[in-house]
Design a protein. Structure first.
Length: 315
């Protein structure tokens, strides 16, 4: 095994995915195991170690490092998992040092959006750029900031929570407790909820049929399918939501002035037909006079962003 190989590990509330990644960001062997998140800290650790063992069955000899994307809050400097809501088995758990006891190589731990941002900057859609703003659109909205080819963590390691930047102080209350967060307005979850409200108010749409006749079962995925079929309500919802995202991105540009914006995540496909709109509207809304120079591009890594991100932490 060459020493230019890394193991990337993606820890979620129900699964742990691991993969072997080379120095060009290409993923070879992959494995997925169940995550035991509601038991003891040791059981949770065993899930991580099991996933790692599936991709390096002969141990970590020759590896350059193991990077782990874990739910936050966490301390990226110490590798301690503080109190993640989705993985309650870990409270102030020293994940990095626990893994290193079995695998004596450099171990890095960070949250998934930060790590995915670094992977895109190092190997993906933002390769060649030093200053990157990364967005992952899914059930929620996560972001990562890369400055000078390094993750920007801030003073305490908590920087980069762009999904909880409010764009409407009268907006819906987000799960974080703030009103009008972009996550509560433009995530896949929020898009599905907006569609449900429109249908409940009397709007007609093929989304009801796509959801098996149950308007309450409409999700962001349903909106995406309806959009592909030319559904007018789906297009209306996504047009309005894209305008909100353009406003949010213009705020980000005025604050950070990144060289590139990368959009990934499970709900990114909903926005792909509107990338042109985002590219047009963001400069119009931004104060930055050169905002039109900032490209908005789709991410290279999809479902494997956590694996690639974990590896990038060590690369």
């Amino acid at each position: 095994m060459k020493n230019d190989l890394f193991v990337g590990v993606d820890v979620g509330g129900t699964k742990v995915a691991a993969g072997l990644v080379n120095s060009e960001g290409e993923i070879s062997t992959q494995a997925r195991v169940a995550m035991t998140s509601n038991s003891s800290a040791q059981r949770g650790l065993e899930s991580v170690l099991s996933a790692i063992s599936h991709v390096i069955p002969q141990g970590a000899a020759g590896l350059a490092g193991i990077g782990i994307c874990a739910p936050g809050p966490l301390d990226p400097q110490t590798g301690v998992i503080i109190n993640p809501p989705n993985v309650p088995c870990w409270r102030n758990f020293p994940l990095a040092s626990a893994v290193q006891k079995l695998h004596p190589v450099p171990i890095k731990v960070d949250n998934d959006a930060n790590a995915a941002a670094l992977a895109e900057a190092r190997w993906g859609a933002a390769r060649g750029y030093n200053n990157v703003f990364y967005v992952t659109m899914g059930t929620g909205i996560g972001t990562g900031i890369v400055f000078d080819a390094k993750i920007y963590h801030g003073r305490t390691g908590s920087a980069g929570e762009g999904g909880h930047v409010s764009v409407d102080y009268r907006g819906p209350i987000c799960n974080c407790g703030k009103p009008g967060c972009i996550e509560g307005l433009a995530s896949g979850t929020a898009i599905g909820q907006r569609a449900q409200k429109e249908i409940a108010a009397g709007a007609t749409s093929s989304m009801v049929q796509l959801a098996g006749g149950d308007p309450a079962a409409v999700t962001g995925l349903t909106v995406g399918k309806a959009l592909e079929q030319g559904d007018e309500l789906a297009r209306k919802i996504m047009t309005e939501t894209s305008e909100i995202v353009a406003l949010w991105l213009s705020n980000i540009v005025d604050l950070l002035d990144p060289e590139v914006i990368v959009i990934g995540g499970g709900a990114a496909g909903l926005y792909k037909p509107f990338f042109g709109t985002l590219r047009e509207r963001m400069p119009e809304l931004a104060v930055n006079p050169r905002a039109q120079e900032i490209p908005i591009v789709p991410a290279r890594y999809g479902a494997d962003s956590g694996i690639a991100g974990g590896a990038a932490l060590c690369a």
